[in-house]
Design a protein around this ligand. Structure first.
Ligand SMILES: [Zn+2]
Length: 261
């Protein structure tokens, strides 16, 4: 059995980080698979990520429905998460967001969104674009049922991110820290690429070898990875919820608040 308390606390932290880093606003969400039951996952009820508390988190099944009686409204687009967990047993955490900087790359597909900066390497060498209209015609562009979610998951295939035309993106990773990092650096990579395009000339993307070299050196609780998680959590004012699985000390960031005065 894993420590569910820590899992849920980490999910609260992840919500706050994505809000603080402006990956999500009133909309967008992040989920984590239940480590004790791979057919379930945890996702907040319908509330802005910046406001998510532990009690807002609901356990859902791979059909996108709550596993216990739930009277509170849920995210309409929870099927994105359900369908990705269903299709990808390797995936432990999923983000869906509408970050503005990635949107042009789902609309103007002549310039593919691929890694151009080292921190963007985790988005992967290929970022497919899913267009809901291809299969479902004129919709309100939201993923509101399993059929749409499964079509998106099929487009995502074994990649880390899929752009959603005129809407946003879905990202998936082996851990919560990874999906947060990937989702924070995705819009930054998009901004760097957009600006490079403005300077003109040929775009130099990261090579396959460079992307592989960065992935090879990765581990979810390495000093380097933890440094970002700890920094983001404290910046989002939620450092007191941090738990390190290896029991090493954590900066709770209490002294950091002095800077706010
Ligand atoms: Zn959406």
């Amino acid at each position: 059995m894993s420590n569910l308390d820590t899992v849920l606390k980490d999910l609260v932290i992840a919500n706050r980080i994505l809000a603080k880093e402006e990956v999500v606003d009133a909309y967008g969400h992040i989920s984590i698979r239940n480590p004790d039951n791979p057919k379930h996952f945890f996702l907040a009820r319908s509330v802005a990520p910046e406001l998510v508390e532990r009690d807002d988190i609901v356990e859902l099944g791979l059909d996108g429905q709550p596993v216990r009686e739930e009277k509170r409204a849920l995210y309409l687009e929870r099927f994105i998460h359900a369908a990705i967990y269903e299709a990808r047993p390797d995936i432990q955490a999923v983000v869906h967001a509408h970050a503005e900087d990635i949107l042009p790359f789902g609309i103007a597909q002549a310039t593919p969104l691929r890694p151009v900066i080292h921190s963007g390497s985790f988005i992967g060498a290929n970022v497919p674009v899913w267009d809901i209209a291809d299969k479902f015609g004129d919709t309100n562009l939201l993923v509101t049922n399993m059929a749409q979610g499964r079509d998106l998951a099929k487009c995502l295939a074994n990649n880390n991110v899929a752009l959603m035309r005129g809407h946003g993106f879905a990202s998936a990773a082996r851990s919560l820290i990874e999906v947060v990092r990937l989702s924070v650096y995705l819009p930054r990579n998009a901004r760097a690429l957009m600006r490079a395009k403005m300077l003109g000339g040929k775009i130099k993307y990261l090579s396959k070898g460079e992307i592989d070299a960065r992935n090879k050196g990765y581990s979810p609780y390495s000093t380097e990875t933890w440094r970002a998680w700890e920094y983001w959590a404290n910046k989002a004012g939620i450092g007191h919820l941090l738990t390190r699985p290896d029991g090493r000390p954590v900066h709770t960031g209490k002294h950091d608040h002095k800077h706010d005065h």
